[in-house]
Write a protein that binds this ligand. Structure first.
Ligand code: AMP
Length: 116
């Protein structure tokens, strides 16, 4: 069945979302998917993505951003980081250090975060 959200057949994260590429999925809902980053920068490093393909934050409709942030709270509860705390990063565009152009939030947790 064709998904009800935009997709890009060339996009790595769309392939993970479609189940065409392997990943360690930590949480899924109708709206988002959260999976382990292959190059973790923290004990817990999960990427939380809307299922729909929006290359950057700037391209993303407000309702998708709202849902993504609400789902971050759910992921935090699911992973036991809601009270301990976590860091959320969205790299946006080339100078923002974005490498994969499918909106995602880096969820870093499981240890004290430093560097800001
Ligand atoms: P960004 O710089 O915000 O675009 O981050 C992209 C992230 O995707 C990096 O932290 C990569 O380690 C991660 N990444 C790249 N390929 C994969 C993959 N196949 N599975 C999980 N994470 C990935």
């Amino acid at each position: 069945m064709t998904p009800s959200y935009p997709t890009d057949s060339e996009c790595l994260f769309c392939k993970i979302i479609a189940g065409e590429m392997k990943s360690n999925i930590r949480y899924e809902s109708d709206q988002v998917i959260a999976f382990d980053d292959i190059n973790p920068k923290s004990k817990t490093h999960v990427l939380i993505c809307p299922r729909g393909h929006y290359p950057t934050l700037m391209d993303t409709p407000p309702e998708v951003i709202t849902t993504l942030l609400e789902e971050v709270k759910t992921v935090a509860r699911e992973l036991g980081s809601d009270e301990r705390g976590f860091r959320l990063i969205i790299n946006n565009g080339k100078e923002g250090g974005q490498i994969v152009f499918h909106l995602h939030a880096h969820f870093l947790a499981g240890q004290q975060q430093h560097g800001f």
